[in-house]
Design a protein around this ligand. Sequence first.
Ligand code: FAD
Length: 490
Amino acid sequence: MQQKNIIIIGSGVAGLAAAVRLSAAGHKVAVLEANGYVGGKLTVQHLGRYRFDMGPSVFTLPALIEELTRISGSRRKFEYLSLDKICNYFYEDGTRLTAYTDKTRFAEEVAAKLGEDKQSVYDQLKYSATAYELTSEIFMERSLHRLSTFLNLKTAKAILNIGKLKMSKTMNELNSARFKNKKTVQLFNRFATYNGSDPYQAPAIINIIAHLEHNIGAFAPKGGMYDITRHLYEISLELGAVYHLNTKVKQVKTLNDKAVGVITEQGEFPADIVVSDVDIKQLYTKLLDKRYYPEKILSQEKSLSALIFYWGIKKEFKELGLHNILFSANGEEEFKTMFGEKKPYHDPTTYINITSKVTPGDAPEGCENWFVMANMPHNSSGEPVQYVQEMRKHIIAKINRVLKTDIEAFIEVEDVLDPYLIEQRTGSSGGSLYGNSSNNKYAAFLRHANSSSRIKDLYFCGGSVHPGGGIPLGLLSAKIVSEMIAGKTS
Ligand SMILES: Cc1cc2nc3c(=O)[nH]c(=O)nc-3n(C[C@H](O)[C@H](O)[C@H](O)COP(=O)(O)OP(=O)(O)OC[C@H]3O[C@@H](n4cnc5c(N)ncnc54)[C@H](O)[C@@H]3O)c2cc1C
């Protein structure tokens, strides 16, 4: 193996995972991060006596973190809990339902509360498992831009079984055909938001996301989601990766269409290879010469963003768990408004994440740390969003209606994050959480590849490139990039 000087721009979860893999492979790795902290969207803050994860809250596929620990050879442990409840669901008409990890219990609960046949639930979970088995290796674990991905038995099997994937249907069409009750459809449709998409447009195969929690399992890092960032950062340091914080890259330097380093306000950093964990649109518009701009890929629709309130709550709500969803009374209108009109919806599906339910130290005794999130359209204006206070009223009204409380009276401390702030803090275009949306059948093919076809030795990882947004896919993007680099340097 030839040792290379590698610069990684950005320390989001994918940048950190790339730092672990490339350092473990024996390269000299420097990570340049614009913020004064690592982690990008996967960060943390303390407000008074409360601790809050600022971004992701749903944790799946812990095996991907374990693989990184193993590769690093570190003795550090990444500890997590297996959850027996995936989520508590609340509907405006008073219906309440718990999604248990145990499939039989979940099917019984759906049958009892929503009047479905248990078999429909099993069929739905079987569909998502089959879709995952047929496609995950091709669409998630490999580059879609290499012929070798398509010339193997797995791909042939997927093509032969394409009918099972129901590619001509949308998620909502498949789920509506399967279930009698609109509430069950809404429950399964909501997995589209796990990659910021619209179930009324996204292909049925996006139901694959439910497979992760319902078939593989729901988990929670013992010290909160920020433990993922902390762990990857620490094991990469042990391997010798070097971090330069408060170091914003202004330009990727190229010479004869080859990346040769980066330019920052602090000076130049030469490199043999540059790996970018920066939002791909920002990279092309701000850090690279215009002639490289790939118009078609960068004009794809962005995924949803979000408005989040972090509330220290001076009360315990026994009916709530780690993950709770208060559904909109009209899911279809909600998505039409966000994707069609590009506006927030007045009765938003509201997600409440409370890590103090599983990590009691995250809030004082008798209190809870509420992460209250509603999806929002991405913010294409580049200006601060104007709806925060209005949406706060709608969200509070919804919580009060559904939980029959007066939540405002219990808010002890508060902070807020909105699409504009997400873009400011992480460079994510329009504050989108997951890069491009998956609102069409070809979305997987329209994401940017993990290497540049025009600039030698420039690679891309993170939520805005292949295979897509979210922690698991970000981690897999780093794996694909390291394998590509290994192919060139071995
Ligand atoms: C509120 C919220 C909730 C979410 N919920 C979930 C969830 O429950 N589960 C899940 O799996 N995912 C969730 N996501 C998505 C998930 O957080 C992201 O997909 C993932 O963290 C993105 O990681 P990344 O590696 O692409 O980089 P990012 O986290 O986007 O980080 C990019 C980094 O690059 C740095 N950077 C940018 N430009 C430069 C530059 N010019 N020079 C130097 N550094 C630069 C930024 O400062 C930043 O640190 C959520 C996201 C948010 C915001």
